[in-house]
Structures are given as C-alpha cells and as structure tokens.
Design a protein around this ligand. Sequence first.
Ligand code: NAD
Ligand code: TYD
Length: 357
Amino acid sequence: MSHPEKILVTGGCGFIGTNFVRYLFEEAGFDGLLVNVDKLTYSGNPKNLADLAAKAGEKHYRFEKLDITDQAAMAALFDRHGFDLVVHFAAESHVDRSIVGPGEFIQTNIVGTFSLLEAARQAKAKGRPCRFHHVSTDEVYGSLGPTGKFLETTPYDPRSPYSASKASSDHLVRAYAHTYGLDVTVSNCSNNYGPYQFPEKLIPLMICHMLEGKPLPVYGDGKNVRDWLYVRDHCDAVWAIACRGKSGETYNIGGESEWCNIELLRHLCDIVAARLGKPAGAFEPLITYVPDRPGHDRRYAIDCTRIKRELGWKQSVDFQHGLEKTVDWYLGNAAWIKDVQTGEYRAWITRNYADRT
Ligand code: NAD
Ligand code: TYD
C-alpha cells in the first residue's frame, strides 16, 4: 500500500490521534479524505482539530461522533466510504483508570477492535479490502529488570487491565490476518509525550500541577523507568508502517530515551522553572511520594532496530528539545487545559484521587 486516499482514523480527537491527523495534513502532504471516528470520551476533544477541519473542508476531513463498539455503525461507515486504510488509535489509554474500572477497557479496546475488524472483514468480502494498522503499546510485553529491551519477538506478558486489553486486541488483529487474510500491520510503541496529551499522564499532569502549585505525586520510590518518544515521531513511524510496512508484521517504536520517573520530574521542574523565570529548584518542595500504583511495571525499554533498518525511520526530536516544546505548548494553552479538566474527568479524579484535586 503506497498512497492511501481514503483513511479511517479512530480516536482522532485524543492525544496521539490529534497529532497524527495534524501530521498527515500539515507534514505528510495527505490530499485524500480522512474520516475521524471518535466517541469523545473525557480524553477526546473535537476542538483540537477545529481549525484543521475548517481549513481542509468536507472534501478532505470529516468527523463522525461514533462508538467503535457499535458494529452496525462501523459497517455502515466502511460501506459508505470504502476505506483504503484504517489507522486504529481509539482506546481507553490510562493504566490508573484501568485499575479503578477495567470494564470500559474491555469494551473499547477489545470489543471495539473486534467490531472494526469485522467491518474490515465484511468490506473485504464485498471486494473493498483495506489495510488495517493497529496502534498498540510496549506495555503488552510486561516489565523488564535493570537490563534488556523488548523485541518484536518478546513473548506477551501484560500485567495491568489496560495492557491486557491491548494485548488481547493485538492478538485479535493478528488472528484476523491469519484466518481471514486481512492486510494488517501492528505497532507497539513506548511512552509518548507532547502537545494535546490529557493531563492525567505523567508529564502533562506534572506541568499542570506545577502551574497550579499542587503536589507532584510520585508513585512508590520514583525509580520506575519509561522510554520516552516525542509524539510527532510516533506519528511519522505509524505513517511509515501503514504505507510501507510488510503485511502481517509488527514493528516496535521507541524513543531510546530511558528515564526514571524522579529524575525526569526533577528535569521537568527545572525546565518549567526556567520558562517562568523562577529559580532552579523552585518546584522541588512540591514533589510528594505517594503509595505505589498496584502492579506498577518497573521498567520498559524498546528495541526499535527493525523499523529503523527496514523502513528507514528514526527519531527526530531529542528528549530535551521535546520536553521544552511540550512545556511551551502547555504554557501557551491554558484555555485548553481548563477546558479538558472539567466534566467527567473532574468528577472521576475527585472520586478516586482526593490528593489530586
Ligand atoms: P487518548 O486517551 O488521549 O485518546 C483516545 C481517544 O479514543 C479519545 O479521543 C477518545 O474519545 C477515543 N475513544 C475512546 N473510546 C472510544 C470508543 N469506544 N469509540 C470511539 N472513540 C473512542 O489516548 P492516546 O494516548 O492518544 O492513545 C492512542 C492509542 O495509542 C491507544 O490505542 C494507546 O493504547 C496507544 N498508545 C499510547 C501511548 C501513549 O503513551 N499515550 C503509547 C503507545 C501506544
Ligand atoms: P503514565 O504517564 O500513567 O504512563 P504509563 O503508566 O502508561 O507508563 O505513567 C508514567 C510513569 O509515571 C509510570 O511509572 C507511573 C508514574 N506516575 C507517577 O509517578 N505519578 C503520577 O501521577 C502518574 C500519572 C504517573
């Protein structure tokens, strides 16, 4: 598949989906029709793409507020548009939420993926086959000790309801390739950061708390390690795989930038302080150790040799520059932060994390 002209993006109003839609139109020169299906849960914000929608017009961009678990609606959408490519981001994505309430994760991540696969299978049977790119996480591989990295061949060992639901959806996607001959690709990526990330994830949560003078909650001993990738580089990788990846194959995507949480947070504190003209260390007193996340995976690290070697992809934004860009985006988008922190999110956080309100 080289030049898809009709693309279905699921979850395009979320963090990575928004960046991906922007990347396609603003950087990749995409000139076809992109249909964005999103249920607009607490983490989906249609305003993220309002300017782009107006600029692109109906010929190039359409938004459909739909639930991917609605099989009839998904089948009708495939019938109406005859997609060449599906890029499937829509998911419940936050580990802490999956611990408090796994039900939605089973519904959206497993049943929702199944319903899209069924729609793709039916479209193929009607003579309109499409490529199905499934966006997944490195968390399906489990937790690492101090050394080693996840390879595409690493056995699955998911340990949270979130990662178990993503692992399940990955298996379904591969099963549809083997059983029904669907043209699928899968990517497993490390932790993303950048603009439009909902401020429940580590980096935007900490930036927002610094701005509000709230405690900065560090789980456990703060020594858990994550591999961080700037979101634009993830989008670039997904597009490369969707267009040029080998059918039926999986590609790991990573930042090759491992940080333990407490060191990352100290660094982030310094960047925010500098940007606000405060002395280094100004936010240190806000750092607060809180009880650990149940089942907290210790370390993730990705070996992304394959995508580099086979598709010529590489990271373009180093962590220092990416963090600065991210801090600047949040500092410049106070209205966006306020907007997304209302409603269902506010109620949930109040119910479950009294120390975060
Ligand atoms: P997000 O929570 O910011 O966005 C998810 C989007 O999906 C939202 O717009 C939401 O409204 C939509 N959605 C949720 N349930 C839906 C449903 N039933 N029907 C239609 N739309 C629905 O998540 P994100 O961080 O952008 O993650 C996107 C994808 O990338 C997910 O599949 C996630 O597993 C994967 N991923 C994320 C990361 C990361 O660091 N954020 C890393 C690797 C992989
Ligand atoms: P998170 O952004 O939730 O991503 P994931 O759990 O999918 O890796 O968390 C990143 C790391 O930061 C993880 O080790 C948990 C830790 N963390 C905290 O210490 N405090 C927090 O408030 C949050 C949200 C995360």
